[in-house]
Design a protein. Structure first.
Ligand SMILES: Cc1cc2nc3c(=O)[nH]c(=O)nc-3n(C[C@H](O)[C@H](O)[C@H](O)COP(=O)(O)OP(=O)(O)OC[C@H]3O[C@@H](n4cnc5c(N)ncnc54)[C@H](O)[C@@H]3O)c2cc1C
Length: 382
């Protein structure tokens, strides 16, 4: 089977799974803030934990273009479960891209099957955007490192067991990034969950504080085997990460449009469907235009990524525009639904709570604008 045929088959399988398993449970699990354990088992069967891992390590090896489509289609039904495999795959990409061959063989097949799953642990209570300001220290002790410190906001922190962990092996280094080192850390003695964080949206999925207290880790878990490369490992996956967040934003923006379009034709005021009032038509037109523009930006960034071209400008534009479109479209859908938007019987209130996260994850939208401007200047010197 050719790669195109495999991709088409994957998309078809995902569509059927979303209709049958994801859509029907979204509201109930979101409202209860309950973890969707059954979806995790189904994701293992579908191969989602290995979606972007190379076939030589047991993954599906999907292109960024296909993967972004998978993400958008699931997010259109329910954005939250995407986080279960998305940050896991960023961890896996880090090992695949920057790990030693021994690390790839040890971890990637178990990541791909979902036997070992987890995510990316960068953020700390005092440092998010300013990643180089982290305080977690890894001190060498013979053939181990001893790690102390706290991570926060870590997706899959409660139910995941393995994390790409950013530390400082030289807290005094100048520039600061030269003292940063990344490990593949599995839960064990000295590595525990502090607390699960309660959230506005993106419910059901665990976001947690992780506490490291004299956690001992073997030196062969240092990604790539060389100290001082951790910051590069952390930012190396950001282009793909941003395309993924953009795809999640696209999914929410599409869902808000679809629901608003249907409701506007059903709801009557003053003797006609509200879709016949021009004020509502203007909203629908703008929402649909935002969806199309987001889709094209996501596709363009993913296509460039797949051809190996530099795509930081494109990925940032896609992330910025699609996430802001998710926020705007969900708010506009709230207006179209009037008072009913406030009822948990409809999904639009969930889109409205889930969308703002897309403006924060993988670099805030303020930072995306800074990146876009810097790239513009670099690519167009006066
Ligand atoms: C639900 C959720 C899940 C998450 N999952 C993960 C995860 O799995 N792993 C992980 O490591 N992290 C995760 N995060 C953390 C996330 O990556 C950070 O919240 C994000 O990077 C922003 O950092 P901060 O919250 O510390 O904000 P800050 O860095 O304190 O920023 C606050 C504000 O200042 C602005 N700002 C900061 N610096 C600048 C600047 N130089 N120029 C202009 N504006 C600036 C920001 O844009 C923002 O508006 C998650 C967060 C959430 C909410």
């Amino acid at each position: 089977m050719s790669m195109n045929e495999i991709d088409a088959q994957v998309l078809d399988t995902i569509d059927r799974w979303v209709e049958k398993e994801v859509k029907p449970i979204a509201k109930k699990f979101d409202q209860a803030d309950e973890y969707p354990h059954e979806l995790v088992e189904q994701m293992k069967e579908l191969g989602l934990f290995g979606a972007t891992i190379g076939p030589e390590y047991g993954g599906l090896g999907l292109s960024a273009t296909t993967y972004a489509t998978v993400v958008a289609r699931i997010a259109k039904a329910w954005m939250a479960p995407v986080g279960i495999f998305n940050s896991h795959l960023i961890m896996a990409a880090c090992v695949q891209r920057d790990g030693t061959e021994e690390q790839r063989r040890r971890f990637l097949p178990r990541f791909a099957s979902g036997e070992l799953r987890g995510g990316l642990a960068l953020t700390e209570p005092n440092a998010g955007t300013d990643l180089q300001g982290i305080r977690m220290v890894a001190r060498r002790d013979g053939d181990h490192y001893v790690i102390n410190g706290t991570k926060t906001w870590i997706t899959n922190g409660v139910y995941g067991t393995c994390f790409a962990l950013l530390t400082k092996t030289d807290p005094e280094a100048v520039p600061r990034h030269k003292g940063m080192t990344m490990f593949v850390a599995e839960k064990g003695d000295g590595f525990r969950v502090g607390r699960k964080i309660r959230k506005l949206g993106y419910r059901s999925i665990d976001s947690a504080e992780l506490i490291f207290d004299d956690y001992r880790i073997e030196t062969n878990r240092l990604i790539g085997g060389e100290e001082g490369r951790g910051f590069h490992h952390a930012v190396g996956g950001l282009e793909l990460g941003r395309i993924n967040v953009a795809a999640r934003g696209l999914g929410i923006a599409q869902a808000a449009l679809a629901d608003a379009l249907r409701y506007a034709q059903e709801r009557q005021t003053f003797g006609k469907p509200i879709a016949q009032h021009q004020a509502i038509q203007l909203k629908l037109a703008d929402m649909a235009t935002r969806v199309e523009a987001s889709r094209l930006l996501v596709e363009q960034a993913a296509r460039k990524y797949d051809t190996g071209e530099r795509c930081d400008l494109e990925a940032s534009m896609a992330k910025l525009f699609a996430s802001e479109s998710a926020v705007t479209n969900s708010l506009e859908a709230m207006r179209v639904f009037g008072g009913y938007s406030y009822s948990v019987e409809f999904d639009v209130e969930r889109y409205y709570r889930d969308a703002p996260l897309m403006c924060i994850g993988e670099g805030t939208n303020e930072m995306q604008r800074v990146i876009i401007a810097k790239q513009l200047i670099e690519r167009n010197p006066a």
